[in-house]
Ligand binder design. Sequence first.
Ligand SMILES: Nc1nc2c(c(=O)[nH]1)N[C@H]1C(S)=C(S)[C@@H](COP(=O)(O)O)O[C@H]1N2
Ligand SMILES: [Mo]
Length: 368
Amino acid sequence: MKQIYKHQQSSRLASHSGVPTTGPLTLEELQLAVRNHSLPLEALRQDFTPPGLHYVLTHFDIPEPGAGPWHLMVNGAVERSLELSLAALHRDPAITVPVTLECAGNGRSLLQPRPLSQPWILEGVGTAEWTGVPLAYLLAQAGVLDSAVEVVFTGADAGIQGGVRQQYARSLPIREALRPDVVLAYKMNGRDLPPQHGYPLRLVVPGWYGMASVKWLQSIDVVRVPFEGFQQKVAYQYQADAHDAGVPVSRIRIRSLMVPPGVPDFFTRKRVLPHGPVTLQGRAWSGEGAVTRVEVGIDGQWVSAHLEKPAGPFAWCKWTLPWVADPGEHELSCRAMDSTGATQPLGQNWNYQGMGNNVVQRVSVTVE
Ligand SMILES: Nc1nc2c(c(=O)[nH]1)N[C@H]1C(S)=C(S)[C@@H](COP(=O)(O)O)O[C@H]1N2
Ligand SMILES: [Mo]
């Protein structure tokens, strides 16, 4: 009985999501981690991530597909409201955009103390080709009025976060909403969206952290005052502490990852490889500008890697580096730089919600 009581006590504490802790991983974090899976790092080898390997982040429940008739509504500060069926959207002009999406909370569980939320390590990322109607095309059909300041996107999924009952919703400034590469996607890698990635329709905002790309899109509202919904105003802020108003999270910070070489030990996932030549490889991406450089650290010595052209301005690019592995224990790492001059930090990149932690990855290897 005592045991159970203790468990409930700690559960109650842990349910205060957001509050940083130095304690052990909680059952609530594990529950989120098994629902919201990450990219297996070996999938960094492919330009486009097969949908089952792409990371998933869903705050509430995946809405039941086909639970009712589906129409996309476009309302608010527009000349004409629109109500569109999926068939009508399929008849509109389509674009295909290669996009690397990354969760803003990626890297959160490496932080000390650790904000309680989805406990990403490094792999909350994936790249897909998204096909659908340019948002700018639909907004032009509706006719955005001069008084408009933002566009609000509301998903069909609902729940409670921070004590607030809500449907998942985010906004974009008009300027971003009118970019030609922002897409209302009905296809991922050439097929209908899988349920977990937003079927039948989602927004994809290239260059922004994943929270902007609203899944299970139900309505688009053009508004005259900035949106203050929970996922806009409270969540997704770079905050120093609980009382800091914060700076809104938007674009993806520069990051690189490596495919861990060799084979893993089952339980620790530490790597083992034979001595001799091996090609180290991985991917680098940034939502702020082009990736200009990737360096690989071999036992703390930085060497420039070879960079390949990405599939598009907001898709990750491949990097490679030949290495002659000599027997013993080694630590490999990688760090990228983008055209704004931003690079990845070597140490702790802490903030209260655990956002945008683009700290360098470190991989321990045993060379036989
Ligand atoms: N409707 C809705 N859209 C959403 C979310 C959500 O929970 N509900 N999660 C957001 C977050 S935080 C991320 S990181 C991305 C994840 O997209 P993916 O699951 O397709 O990789 O979707 C975003 N869009
Ligand atoms: Mo996210």
